[in-house]
Design a protein around this ligand. Structure first.
Ligand code: SF4
Ligand code: SF4
Ligand code: FES
Length: 564
């Protein structure tokens, strides 16, 4: 922790335990430090604190002092006498102070929690069996843990709109809304797209969009994530799968160099949704809607599923052997990709060592959104710097290479992922060469390639990326790849072995990391297994002169970072 982050600590007593917490910490967070849950709805660590749900009520007191002497007043057993405030307080808006005493489980607190739950459920439809939130609903969970177990309300429930489409990706059920305002605050405070608000009063209060507006910004699905109940659901995910059947796997979003931390939810090899994973140094608790869509490319029609030669299917074995035969036949140019993992880039470099040739790298720059999509639309440009594959800024076009091809100065191209026809090399120029393409999807380059070898998507393999902060982050295989596709590291390793005329050696992430530890000083003390879930910052100073697509900023400050 840096000096800047060292903040004054205060001691607050929670249910009899003295807890040292940073000054300014609210009581919900302070209690969490000693694994004490204070139930809450409206409070969210990354949003402002409105204190409107009253679910987080606690008892609060201060150690009493003699007014004349300033000395602590003690009980007969020598413990400090506490002056308890004779009414409950909300934990979310109470900051820890020295000498503060908190009760989270007293009779008063339990009665308050029962009362609040009863109020929240008065008009609630309780249609859990047909509610998509079931299984991850705070109302369900807290009503069991903190509720009364029965309702004394015998009148008719208020009827509100159901199934209102408030944006292209978000469905609202107003009867289930507990008016916590998280969704409203998210739109106002994080995306600065003020589209949601409450209308009417009391029990008739209803969430809606402003006239003529829709919840259609590219972060709209975060409202679904933070809605503590089933009021907001994703039109894409709803009714597709019960959440308790799904397996969660840590991953990294490949949409841009921000490297948003994600969770991939899958069952029996099929991905159903992607949600953000909290990383306060990278993406807080948010991600873009567009990033959540990327898994759909797994099943896209133009997925490259079989090795091909000029568009005709061949076996993987044949493809590897032909690659190893082609490469030594002439001058070879290598075009890598910032979509490759660090491990793949490392092996790609080893491949170049076997048959040296010039390396080209193309940039994928588009407009950033000043939130979680940076202008570099690739996840691992920094990885190529760390592995020593590139030393210069990626190019916008390959005109120079096109000239070399025209002049007959290049015979072979091995290209990873990129469609070269988008960067100034025509199909007719490619047809003059031996093109070896490795990639996940069919494109004009793969179609004219002498050899096209299918590779796996990020969800189908494990590895690491280095994001724009130079944070090394790992992603883990969530689902198996299509039958017959070999992991990229095995493909590269196989071709390298064939070029070396060695017996085929087995490769794994673990083994590659062992090699990287000894040849990349930055990674010397690291291994894939020990990279923490939140990633680890590498030293960016060596690359200070590199002209990054995002500008010169080496360390990205998450724009969404809130005052917790
Ligand atoms: S929001 Fe929760 S409590 Fe309400 S119907 Fe859905 S699952 Fe049940
Ligand atoms: S829709 Fe959900 S997040 Fe929005 S106010 Fe209602 S309960 Fe809260
Ligand atoms: S969490 Fe809602 S009032 Fe504290």
């Amino acid at each position: 922790m840096s000096n800047q982050q060292q903040v004054e600590k205060v001691i607050v007593n929670i249910d009899g335990i003295d807890v040292p917490v940073p000054k300014g910490t609210n009581i919900i967070e302070a209690a969490a430090l000693v694994n004490t849950e204070i139930p809450h709805y409206c409070y969210h660590p990354k949003l402002t604190v409105p204190g409107n749900c009253r679910m987080c009520l606690i008892e609060m007191g201060m150690a009493m002092k003699d007014r004349a002497t300033g000395q602590p007043i003690l009980e007969s057993d020598g413990t400090p006498k506490i002056g308890w405030i004779p009414r409950p307080a909300i934990a979310c808006a109470t900051q820890a102070a020295p000498g503060m005493y908190i009760k989270t489980k007293s009779e008063l607190v339990k009665n308050c929690q029962k009362g609040v739950m009863e109020f929240l459920l008065i008009n609630h439809p309780l249609d859990c069996p047909i509610c998509d939130q079931a299984g991850e609903c705070r109302l369900q969970e807290f009503s069991i843990e903190y509720g009364r177990g029965y309702s004394r309300f015998v009148e008719n429930k208020i009827v509100k709109p159901k199934r209102t489409l408030i944006g292209p990706r978000v469905m609202l059920d107003d009867e289930r809304c507990i008016l916590c305002s998280r969704c409203i605050r998210f739109c106002q405070e994080v995306v600065h797209d003020d589209v949601l608000g409450f209308i009417d009063r009391g029990s008739y209060s209803t969430l809606t969009t402003y006239p003529g507006k829709q919840l259609d910004n590219n972060y709209s699905l975060n409202t679904v994530d933070i809605c503590p109940v089933g009021a907001l659901t994703s039109t894409d995910f709803r009714f597709k799968m019960r959440v308790w059947f799904l397996k969660k796997t840590n991953s990294i979003c490949t949409e841009s160099s921000v490297g948003v931390n994600t969770e991939v939810w899958s069952r029996e090899g099929i991905i159903y949704r992607i949600t953000p994973r909290r990383n306060d140094d990278v993406n807080d608790t948010w991600m873009s809607d567009s990033g959540r869509e990327l898994y759909k490319l797994i099943e896209s029609e133009n997925r490259l599923r079989k090795a091909r030669s000029h568009g005709v299917a061949i076996s993987l074995d044949e493809a590897h052997i032909r690659c190893a035969e082609i490469l030594p036949t002439g001058k070879t140019v290598y075009i890598g990709s910032s979509h490759m993992s660090v491990e793949e880039q490392f092996l790609f470099k080893d491949l170049i060592v076997q048959h040296p040739g010039e390396v080209y790298w193309v940039s994928h720059v588009d407009e950033g959104d000043n939130l979680l999509i940076s202008s570099d639309r690739t996840p691992n440009l920094r990885g190529a710097l760390i592995t020593g594959l590139i030393k210069d800024v990626p190019v916008d076009n390959l005109d120079n290479l096109a000239k070399l091809i025209e002049n007959g100065e290049v015979q072979n191209i091995i290209v990873y992922h990129e469609d070269l026809t988008r960067y100034g090399i025509s199909e007719s120029q490619l047809k003059k060469l031996n093109v070896i393409y490795l990639g996940t999807h069919v494109n004009p380059t793969s179609e004219v390639a002498r050899i096209a070898i299918p590779t796996l998507m990020v969800f189908e393999k494990s590895g690491t990326f280095v994001n724009q902060q130079f944070r090394l982050q790992k992603f883990v295989q969530a689902v198996p790849g299509p039958i017959g596709i070999m992991p990229d590291i095995n493909t590269l390793n196989r071709i390298i072995s064939l070029l070396k005329k060695e017996n085929d050696t087995f490769s794994s992430i673990k083994l590659i990391w062992r090699q990287m530890q000894s040849s990349i000083p930055q990674l010397r003390d690291l291994s894939f297994e020990t990279i923490p879930d939140g990633g680890i910052l590498l030293n960016a100073e060596d690359y200070g002169a590199f002209d990054f697509p995002e500008g010169k900023t080496l360390h990205f400050e998450a724009k969404t970072k809130s005052q917790v």
